[in-house]
Design a protein around this ligand. Structure first.
Ligand code: FMN
Length: 173
């Protein structure tokens, strides 16, 4: 697969087959996140790989969707705001941007390996912090369930057209 094919192939998977993910593949997916670029190369991220059923049971209520339970594991992506780069002029914190890039690397690498993922941001952050005793400077940015997709139908990509989003030498909306 070339890059455009890979990026097109990736789509949110919300139903997983009851198959474990090989450790080797999981490490490759994490490696893809590790090598992502970040502002000033500060790499303000941590990834909690949750495979223990007892812990998974604690996470499910934080994003109560039946499909989540089909994933064999969930990665919790944490942004460390105390380590992220802040722009001098306005103190803008780029931690979220860095995390988004790392997570995108991760999901694309997973796709290449035949695995499915889904970004989840609509979860109870505070409760998640309590489960893992995460300090306040670290923000759980996303839950990323990973597993082999169990897709009945091939997802369709719904996207704005290039004309709607690209502006050649000027900006008008
Ligand atoms: C920052 C972000 C947050 C998201 N949060 C959720 C979420 O909480 N629950 C969910 O089911 N999907 C979530 N998604 C997945 C989006 O709905 C999905 O990426 C979008 O509809 C495009 O579909 P595709 O990923 O299949 O291409 C999120 C995606 C992103 C990038």
């Amino acid at each position: 697969m070339n890059f455009i094919e890979l990026a097109t192939q990736r789509s949110s998977v919300r139903n997983f087959a009851p198959m474990p993910v090989e450790k080797e593949k999981l490490l490759q997916v994490l490696e893809a996140a590790r090598i992502a670029p970040s502002a000033a190369n500060f790499q303000p991220w941590h990834f909690i790989v949750v495979t223990e059923p007892v812990l998974l049971q604690l996470i499910y209520p934080l994003y109560p969707r039946e499909w989540l339970k089909s994933a064999p594991l969930i990665i919790v992506a944490l942004g460390d705001h105390s380590r992220g780069w802040h722009r001098g002029k306005d103190d803008k914190d780029f931690t979220q941007v860095d995390l988004a890039i790392a997570i995108d690397h991760l999901t694309l690498a997973a796709t290449e390996l035949g695995l499915g993922t889904c970004w989840i941001c609509n979860f109870d952050v505070e409760k998640l912090q309590n489960i893992f005793n995460i300090p306040d400077t670290l923000e759980p940015i996303a839950l990323i369930p990973i597993g082999y997709p169990d897709l009945k139908v091939q997802p369709v990509k719904i996207r704005k057209s290039l004309e709607q989003i690209v502006h050649w030498n000027d900006f008008e909306v």
